[in-house]
Design a protein around this ligand. Structure first.
Ligand SMILES: Cc1cc2nc3c(=O)[nH]c(=O)nc-3n(C[C@H](O)[C@H](O)[C@H](O)COP(=O)(O)OP(=O)(O)OC[C@H]3O[C@@H](n4cnc5c(N)ncnc54)[C@H](O)[C@@H]3O)c2cc1C
Length: 307
């Protein structure tokens, strides 16, 4: 069986940084990324990035390209199209699906940098919508949706902010929330309620998304059990963030917010498993910079452990 001292799961900013530092510190490492390119959430950022020191980027793709070029120029060990299927913490192995080829690799230390993603509704039609590429950004797709009708689902800051951006771009917005109270900050709620092209629907759940080639309507269910259909041209699901921590469930401590509990160097409750980046960071603190910083700290700490 192949052995690697440090296996890094995930090729977003946290994993990339950990791999760069492993290389620099002479640590035998392997980064496993399930997608065909590195970058993680960077590929989805449509907004300008003005908060990463030393570079301004029009969008996440620009930083993704710089990071990918950097890691490749250093000759770090990375394997793309490699999905980690499971971890056996007692044997210290991971099982990886590399384009259909299943391999089990032994490790000394595992660094989980699997990040986070949008929580999904889990209703019929949602996966089909995403597979068709109907996963929009309010900032960059708002102008294209001018005079169209869209549903924004959720009651937090991201839902309200998205609804306001879309309304300002001339989109007719239905903001649909399953309860009567919102988690969003009061300024967003006040602003949204003043906009004539935002209709707020509370106590209402989306139960299905319809459309063959593109979204055409959604099914709704309200608290009295009444069902209805709403014609929309797009659905923005903004119901929160889900950490990609399934691989270590039951193996490390995870708190009530779904975050892996870590010490200052990324140590989890399992001495062989470390976690870095969004998978263990509250949304309010998550960023490219914090992920990169955590990757560096954990690699340096591992170097000290391995002498
Ligand atoms: C729309 C948007 C805008 C943002 N804007 C900014 C901004 O302006 N400034 C800023 O600093 N931050 C911004 N962020 C946040 C920033 O992108 C994240 O904090 C950062 O990408 C987290 O990095 P990460 O490496 O922890 O995780 P991710 O970027 O989520 O990467 C995790 C990687 O792990 C891989 N993976 C998961 N499971 C497996 C598995 N089983 N096997 C193999 N690979 C796996 C995934 O495919 C992914 O590539 C934004 C995020 C979004 C979505």
């Amino acid at each position: 069986m192949r052995h690697v001292d440090v296996i890094i799961i995930g090729g977003g900013p946290a994993g990339i940084s950990a791999a760069i530092w492993c290389k620099r510190l002479g640590i035998d490492h392997l980064l496993l990324e399930k997608k065909q390119e590195l970058g993680g959430q960077l590929t989805k950022i449509q907004n300008e990035i003005i908060d990463y020191p030393g570079m301004y980027a029009e969008n996440g793709r620009k930083i993704q390209l710089i990071f990918a070029e950097h890691i490749s120029s250093l000759d770090c060990c990375c394997s793309l199209n490699s999905t980690v299927l499971s971890i056996d913490d007692s044997q210290k192995t991971v099982t990886v699906d590399q384009e259909g080829k299943i391999e089990t690799i032994h490790f000394h230390y595992l660094v989980l940098a699997s990040g986070a993603g949008q929580r999904r509704l889990g209703v019929p039609g949602e996966q089909e919508m995403l597979k068709r590429g109907e996963d929009y950004s309010a900032t960059s797709d708002g102008p294209k949706l001018k005079n169209k009708t869209v549903a924004v689902v959720g009651g937090g800051d991201r839902a309200f902010e998205g609804a306001i951006i879309l309304a300002d771009a001339g989109v007719n917005v239905y903001l649909i929330h399953r309860s009567q109270t919102f988690k969003a900050r009061s300024q967003f709620i006040e602003l949204a309620t003043k906009k004539s092209n935002i209709t707020i629907m509370t106590d209402t759940q989306v139960t299905a998304i319809h459309g063959e080639n593109r979204v055409t309507s959604i099914s709704l269910l309200n608290h009295t059990g009444e069902t209805s259909t709403l014609n929309v041209d797009a659905v923005f699901v903004r119901i929160g963030i889900k950490r990609n921590s399934e691989l270590v469930e039951g193996k490390v401590d995870i708190n009530e917010q779904g975050l892996i509990v870590t010490g200052e160097n990324g140590q989890t409750s399992n001495s062989a498993i470390f976690a870095i980046g969004d998978v263990c960071t509250p949304s309010i603190c998550s960023s490219i910079a914090s992920s990169v910083g955590q990757g560096a700290m954990t690699a340096k700490y591992l170097s000290s452990l391995m002498g």
